[in-house]
Each structure stands twice: as structure tokens, then as C-alpha cells.
Design a protein around this ligand. Structure first.
Ligand code: UDX
Ligand code: UDX
Length: 465
């Protein structure tokens, strides 16, 4: 095993693999970093001449790619070559929740991970370090190890777990200034050498006291735990938001008051229409599934409640729209501002908007959407994934706009589903003038100013007040 890393390969050019490798390449000009993906379109997009056209939108990312690409950062579809040349291979492919068979709807689908392991085993002609970057159920490394050792060419593999804690929308800052880097590996001397080699890569820009090393199972489980704790905070404050609405308390005031307690802290206390994103739900379902598979039903139920609460919050938001619009939204135009699961990303996985659109289309509403970064194609694919109705029926009931003011014309209500900054700066008087009366705003993100909107004439409702 080489103790100094000179070539890195990353399988998976997605939201995690792309930004992570771009930052490693920027900070380690002596290391050659190649990102590979089966998806040729995606790789072509990463190689776009104009780095503003790269497939993932993250503030600051295109500048970093412009700096490092062609110097020591490469995007390629030649998976075999990249694996063959690399000392270290990061696996950063997606691990969606299983949609079939045992563990359907809960367990992580590891088929892509297994494919990667088999590919690495087939190609590798010298010793390699294989790093799990994707979030994986605890003890996945065991399966990867077994595949590598039983199908390989007799070379030695060291498996490390190095989960990613970046959040989308702030990926570049999170990567440049991480709270910690976590690296798990075997306690054997070879395992420790591999850990050290990866520590040295990060030490190029991260203070060593922030690089935590653990055994591999702790590392895998820490990632699931971090996401479960964060999601739990949102579900907890969301549970209080409903109580606030009934009692006259204001959830923002409650969040501020409790957040000033240093034991609690102020982050992740923003009441919302519900958390989305590729990680929280998937990781908690994973935790629940693992607990169940060990027969720990109380543990499973405890974490499952975080998801139940989140689903309730989304449903409650849609129900409230229907109820407030005089119990019928049939043929009414309802405008969504925002479709992404949070601001500053074009990612829509598990976005609350999808579920709310689905519920309202069930009530025969006409949905109009404006999102600054999400194309229509993606919105329709998201709805299609729910399998509630045909693609055609969704397309008929979901209209999309390039201009927010046009999107709001003649609408009965506007729903804020993503906290994009630009929504705050809109000319709300102009929007009001163009809408049906009474004009409603349902603010799923507590983004807008209640008194300003009410002064214009809107009927304004926010989460938790
Ligand atoms: C990541 C992590 O991997 C996941 O575990 C985490 O919980 C969420 O974020 P992400 O980068 O967001 O996934 O996924 P995605 O944007 O879908 O990227 C994965 C890429 O891997 C895709 O571009 C896909 O084409 C590629 N892929 C998948 C391969 O190259 N080979 C495969 O066998 C499977
Ligand atoms: C998350 C974790 O934060 C990150 O560390 C992990 O590696 C991947 O999963 P991400 O899904 O990109 O990151 O976004 P995050 O900022 O955590 O937001 C998740 C969801 O929670 C979003 O829908 C967001 O709008 C929502 N949210 C967040 C709230 O509703 N309230 C809050 O106070 C914070």
C-alpha cells in the first residue's frame, strides 16, 4: 500500500462526488483527481467549456472547477482506466431507498455500491485504498471487503469510511471549512497506514485536530446518527409549530428563545413545511431498518416518529391550503414559488414541494411553479416517481414559468416552498394586483414579512404562527 497518495479516482460525479473532488483537487495540486461516472451526459456537462454549465449548481463551485479542471481535475467516463491508475478510489454513487423486494421503502439499495466493488476488484492490478463516501448502512464495508477479496486479482485492499457532511447549497464552504473530517478504518497496521494516507490529503487544508479517526463501524454509524439528530430537531420544532398555531404562540419566537440556551443551540430550529433532500429521510429509514433487523422495535419506532412527523407536516400544509380556500381548490390556480428542497441548490430529491403538489393535484388544483434553478423536466420526473397518476396527467396539471410574476397571474394563492432569497425582494404589490381576490400567501418557510404583506391586502399564513 502506498503511504503517499498521488492519484485519486472517484466513482460518481453527483452532488457529493463532484464538489468534494473539485475541492480536493483545488487544495492538493500535486494529486491527480479523476471523477468518473456511467452517465456520459453528466460527464459531458462537467466538461462544459463554460463552467457555469456544469450539472450541479453550488455557490462557488464553478470557479473552483475552472481553476482545477485540466490541471489536476478530470472528468471521464473511462471508469476502468481511472480505477487502474488510482491509489485511492472513492465510491460516491447514490444509494437510494429500495423500491422493491425485502426492505422495500426502507433499506438502502446497495446495488450500485456492489457494482462498483466488483468493477474495482476486476480492474485493480495493485494494492488500493477504497473509500466509502456515500452514506451507507453500518457494516456495509464488510460486504465491500468480501466482494473485493473474493473476486479480486489477489491484490490487497484497505477499506475506509469517510462520510461527507456537506450540505447542499453550502457544499463549497462546508468542504473548505469543515467542522470535522471523519475517517474510519481497520485497527490493523495496514488499516492505520491507509487512514494516515487519507489524513494527509485532508491535512492540506484542514487542521489535524479536526480530523477524527475511528473504527470503520463508528464512522458509518456516525453519519447516519448526525443526519438523524439534525432531522429530529426539525421534526421537533415542526411538532411545536402546530401547537403554536393553535395557542397563539409564535414558533419563531419559541425557536429563538430556546436556541439561546447554549445546550440547545440555534441551528436547525427553523420551522418549515418539512425537511427534504436526499439524506435525512433515507438515512433515518436506514437506521430504522437496521434497528428492526436486530429486533430492536422500540428503537426503530423512536426514530420512525421523526419521519412520521415530517410526513404529517407536509400533509398538514396541503390540507390547510384546501381548507383555507373554502374547502375546494378544484380548477384554482395555486402558484408555488420554489421547488428545490432548499435554497441555492437545483436538487429536488424528497422536496416537500413534490408531495404538496401531488396532494393538491389530487384535489384537482392547477399548479403553477416558478423555481430559479429547477427545470420543468425535473419537476415532472419527481411527480412521476410517486406513481400517483400518469406522466401526462401530471403534465396537464402542472404549469411552469420562467418568470415569477407570470406564474402568479390569476392565482388564488401563492405557496412559498423554498427559501430562495430572491422571493423576499419581489414586488409583492404587483403580484397582489395580478392575483384573484382574496389573495392568499401560504409561507412554508417563514420567509416573508407578515405585516408588509398584510398591509398590501394579502391573507398571509406562515408555519407556526
Ligand atoms: C450522495 C451519496 O452518495 C449518498 O449516499 C448520499 O446519501 C447522498 O449523496 P449524490 O452524489 O447526491 O449521492 O448522488 P447523485 O447526484 O445521484 O450521484 C451519483 C452518481 O453516481 C450519478 O451521477 C450516477 O450516474 C453515478 N453512478 C451510479 C455511477 O457512476 N455508477 C453506478 O454504478 C451508479
Ligand atoms: C444534510 C446534512 O445537513 C449534511 O450534513 C449531510 O451530509 C447531508 O444531509 P442537506 O440534505 O444537503 O444536508 O441539507 P440540510 O441543510 O441539512 O437541509 C435538509 C432539509 O431540512 C432541507 O429541506 C431544509 O430546508 C430543511 N431544514 C433545515 C428545515 O426545515 N429547518 C432547518 O432549521 C434546517
Amino acid at each position: 500500500m502506498k503511504s503517499k497518495i498521488t492519484k485519486i479516482c472517484c466513482i460518481g460525479a453527483g452532488y457529493v462526488g463532484g464538489p468534494t473532488m473539485a475541492v480536493i483537487a483545488q487544495k492538493c495540486p500535486d494529486i491527480q483527481v479523476t471523477v468518473v461516472d456511467l452517465n456520459t451526459e453528466r460527464i459531458a456537462a462537467w466538461n462544459s467549456e463554460n463552467t457555469d454549465d456544469i450539472p450541479i449548481y453550488e455557490p462557488g463551485l464553478s470557479t473552483i472547477v475552472a481553476e482545477a479542471r485540466g490541471r489536476n481535475l478530470f472528468f471521464s467516463t473511462d471508469v476502468e482506466l481511472a480505477i487502474d491508475e488510482a491509489d485511492v478510489i472513492f465510491i460516491s454513487v447514490n444509494t437510494p431507498t429500495k423500491t422493491y423486494g425485502k426492505g422495500k421503502g426502507m433499506a438502502a439499495d446497495l446495488k450500485y455500491i456492489e457494482l462498483c466493488a466488483r468493477e474495482i476488484a476486476k480492474v485493480a492490478k495493485d494494492n488500493k485504498i477504497v473509500v466509502e463516501k456515500s452514506t451507507l448502512p453500518v457494516r456495509t464495508a464488510e460486504a465491500i471487503k468480501s466482494i473485493l477479496n473474493n473476486t479480486g486479482n489477489g491484490v490487497q485492499f484497505q477499506i475506509l469510511s469517510n462520510p461527507e457532511f456537506l450540505a447542499e447549497g453550502t457544499a463549497v464552504t462546508d468542504l473548505l471549512h469543515p467542522d470535522r473530517i471523519l475517517i474510519g478504518g481497520d485497527p490493523t497496521p495496514e488499516g492505520q497506514t491507509a487512514i494516515q494516507a487519507l489524513v494527509e490529503v485532508y491535512a492540506n487544508w484542514v487542521a489535524v485536530e479536526k480530523i477524527v479517526t475511528t473504527n470503520i463501524w463508528s464512522s458509518e454509524l456516525s453519519k447516519l446518527t448526525a443526519n438523524a439528530f439534525l432531522a429530529q430537531r426539525i421534526s421537533s420544532i415542526n411538532a411545536i409549530s402546530e401547537l403554536c398555531e393553535k395557542t397563539g404562540a409564535n414558533v419563531n419566537e419559541v425557536a429563538r428563545a430556546i436556541g439561546m440556551d447554549s445546550r440547545i443551540g440555534s441551528k436547525f430550529l427553523k420551522a418549515s413545511v418539512g425537511f427534504g433532500g436526499s439524506c435525512f429521510q433515507k438515512d433515518i429509514l436506514n437506521l430504522v431498518y437496521i434497528a428492526k433487523s436486530y429486533g430492536m422495535n422500540e428503537i426503530a419506532d423512536y426514530w420512525d416518529q421523526v419521519i412520521i412527523m415530517n410526513n404529517h407536516q407536509k400533509k398538514r400544509f396541503a390540507d390547510n391550503i384546501v381548507q383555507t380556500l373554502y374547502n375546494t381548490v378544484a380548477d384554482k390556480k395555486i402558484t408555488f414559488l420554489g421547488w428545490a428542497f432548499k435554497k441555492d441548490t437545483n436538487d429536488t430529491r424528497e422536496s416537500a414541494a413534490i408531495y404538496i403538489a401531488n396532494d393538491l393535484i389530487n384535489e384537482q388544483a392547477k399548479i403553477a411553479v416558478y423555481d430559479p434553478k429547477v427545470p420543468r423536466k425535473k419537476m415532472l420526473a419527481d411527480l412521476d416517481y410517486l406513481e400517483t397518476r400518469s406522466y401526462k396527467a401530471n403534465a396537464k396539471n402542472l404549469d411552469t414559468f420562467e418568470n415569477p410574476y407570470e406564474a402568479c397571474e390569476n392565482a388564488h394563492a401563492v405557496a412559498i416552498l423554498t427559501e430562495w432569497d430572491e422571493f423576499i425582494t419581489y414586488n409583492w404589490q404587483k403580484i397582489y394586483d395580478a392575483m384573484q381576490k382574496p389573495a392568499f400567501v401560504f409561507d412554508g418557510r417563514n420567509l416573508l414579512n407578515k405585516s408588509e404583506l398584510e398591509a398590501i391586502g394579502f391573507i398571509y399564513q406562515a408555519i407556526g404562527s
